[in-house]
Design a protein around this ligand. Structure first.
Ligand code: PLP
Ligand code: SF4
Length: 344
């Protein structure tokens, strides 16, 4: 009875969907969170399901339709699919791959605040993401301990008020844009009240995963802040940039924001020169400048994505022959204890 009712409700949602465009919140709540559904929707044979269940048990699957629609049907090598399909290799435990590769837990002066680098701090503005990337270095992050309420933000804000050397607040997560705009507008308003904070940076994948996230409510608080704004998107492959993403970037740029991109170098996704060159070209067409190309952080469950440093350096050297300097991402690794990302 319950199942039938649920099927009926779902059918109604689908009917409603065909009439009015879904909000980003609706799209997010309807994201695929079941490996079976993911395999069915993409025409992947049942032989992949067991592995997908194994990976899913370690880190939940989450793929919204807006992203799924950019994945080719029945193609196990699709570079977007590889970022989101759980596989059995995630259960491997090779030496050196750990739960907290960046040792962030030792740099939290207040709940939701990470202060590792001079002049800038990370604020964990949302515990969740709109997509679960299999290579994510925060796949084991204790988010339930790091989702501050308004009252709890006060401790982090007091820390920022007291340290006049901090000029930049970086909203991170999870994905900070998974938080609602009322909450974000409040937080940005608090940051604006701190005179020595000049810049607001937002590290997000949401405008790429669900381009409708860039709606009027988001544009309103972005347009109204006195802070200088930088949005660092996270795109690993040119196929992630469709027309909807380009339109979302155009709306963001109209608020005066600087758009940058960071990628992760991933085996089987973007580990060749042509793919990286095409990504940089496509980013620029969308009004985004390449910023970082990160080598993989050694997080447990993601070893199958690793590209050796020596190979990464060769790729970057070759990439230089294909791109103007301003389209070259900086190849970096994050080494715990260092005062900045380390160039390779
Ligand atoms: C990456 C990172 C930053 C930002 O570093 P930039 O080199 O300025 O992009 C800040 N804080 C933490 C903890 C980081 O991991
Ligand atoms: S969006 Fe970013 S934080 Fe979220 S799962 Fe993907 S890589 Fe990790």
């Amino acid at each position: 009875m319950i199942t039938r009712r649920r099927a009926f409700l779902q059918e109604n949602i689908i009917i409603a969907a065909s009439k009015t465009p879904l909000t980003w919140q609706q799209q997010l709540s309807m994201a695929i969170r079941d490996p079976q559904v993911l395999c069915d929707r993409l025409g992947l044979s049942s032989q992949w399901l067991a592995g997908a269940q194994t990976g899913h048990a370690l880190f939940d699957v989450c793929v919204p339709d807006a992203y799924l629609n950019r994945i080719a049907y029945a193609d196990l090598n699709d570079p977007l699919l590889r970022q989101v399909l759980p596989v059995d290799k995630e259960a491997l435990t090779p030496p050196g791959y750990v739960a907290d590769p960046l040792e962030e837990s030792g740099h939290q002066p207040a709940k939701g605040l990470i202060h590792k680098y001079a002049n800038r701090v990370l604020l964990i503005a949302s515990p969740t993401c709109a997509i679960n990337c299999r290579y994510c270095f925060r796949r084991h992050f204790p988010y339930s301990d790091n989702a501050p309420s308004r009252a709890q933000w006060q401790e982090a804000l007091d820390y920022l008020r007291a340290d006049t050397s901090i000029h930049e607040a970086i909203l991170s997560g999870g994905d900070p844009l998974a938080a609602n705009d009322r909450q974000l507008a409040w937080l940005v308003d608090q940051l604006e009240g701190i005179p020595h904070i000049k810049r607001l940076r937002v590290h997000t994948r949401l405008p790429v995963v669900i381009p409708d996230r860039v709606d009027d409510a988001l544009l309103a608080w972005l347009s109204n802040t006195r802070l200088q704004k930088v949005i660092v998107l996270h795109i690993n492959h040119a196929n992630e940039i469709d027309q909807a993403v380009i339109d979302a970037c155009t709306r963001l740029k109209q608020t005066g924001v600087t758009l940058l991109n960071q990628s992760v170098l991933l085996r089987g996704v973007n580990d060749n020169v042509t793919t990286l060159a095409t990504l940089s070209e496509r980013l620029f067409e969308a009004g985004i400048l390449p910023y970082y190309l990160h080598v993989l952080d050694p997080v447990q469950g993601a070893a199958h994505f690793d590209v050796a440093d020596s190979e990464a350096k060769e790729l970057i050297a070759e990439l230089r022959d294909h791109l103007p300097g301003f389209l070259m991402p900086r190849l970096v690794r994050e080494i715990p204890g260092k005062g900045s990302k380390t160039p390779l």
